[in-house]
Design a binder for this molecule. Sequence first.
Ligand code: ACO
Length: 324
Amino acid sequence: MAVKIIGTGSYLPKNVADNQFLSTIVDTNDEWISQRTGIKERHLSSGSKEGTSFMAIEAARAALDNAGITPEDLDLIIVATVSADTYVPSTSCQVQGEIGAIRATCFDLNAACSGFLFSMNTANAYLEMGMAKTALIIGAETLSREVDWSDRSTCILFGDGAGAAVLKKVEGEGGILASVTGSDGTQGDVLTCKGRGIQNPFYKSRRKKDYIQMQGQAVFRFAVSTVPKYIKHILKKTELEPDDIKYYILHQANRRILELIAKRLKVDMDKIPMNLDHYGNTSSASIPILLDELNRNGLLEQGDKIVLSGFGGGLTWGATLIEW
Ligand code: ACO
């Protein structure tokens, strides 16, 4: 038996903010953003009707359609997000309610930008254990609500969107071949977005709404050392060479990070597809959005070996090797 991806889907808001547009909001310019990050434009939610749950639902519907299954087939829905519309109900329960996945167990998961990889690992464990046969995993984010739109060092980096995949345990070989995830809470301070302050009869926090704060260079160093290390780890485990992999579908944070990862793996950039120029960093949604693009463009063929890998706040990281 193998756990395979049988369908993918994604959703991007219609509003697009290019670098020129951002230069009318903060003191920045297209040249700085393009050279330092590779980002040219990003999609931004048009408001509360196009929030995290809406985008997750649209991506879910597209993935189910692509997989050719009905919502009733789902045993499990996991949504990775750090930007849910509500604390309760969870985004996954909202997806379930809206699409009618009446049999599914649903919960959200927070591993920041690594969330989709953690969701895939968790769903894989459910499927391997026989606790579910078919799972829907989604990365969905409205990071535009979490950034300070007067902070030029962060607001230029992020975008909104959602991506989804359906996993199924099927007869045969291939599917998820190896996976690793990890976390280092001692470095949590390098990328934060604090929650609501405590308000109760004993204590009144003076904290105002908080925004994403990041030590960019520390995150950069972490990404370019950790991602290649764990990709090499799963390649070694499966006795594969870096060139045996057709595509490395990596978290879309920064073009320079992707180029350094390619260098450290000694692979050509044509193995490292990129869409961050159009979408910016969509956190947990970036890997499934890119996966969906490759799938819909017919670039993934049965037997292809692909690696999904990324890093995020927490700090967290993950790498998964799949035979398509
Ligand atoms: N436009 C113009 N100038 C800017 C901007 C901007 N948008 N932002 C910062 N600057 C200025 C700074 O003020 C600074 O000016 P100074 O030298 O006068 O003080 C100068 O540019 C250099 O700033 P740095 O922060 O040192 O720039 P750096 O080269 O590190 O690039 C960046 C910043 C792009 C964030 C980089 O550190 C990076 O990519 N880090 C990786 C982190 C990442 O990608 N995070 C994404 C989210 S995390 C995740 O996905 C898990």
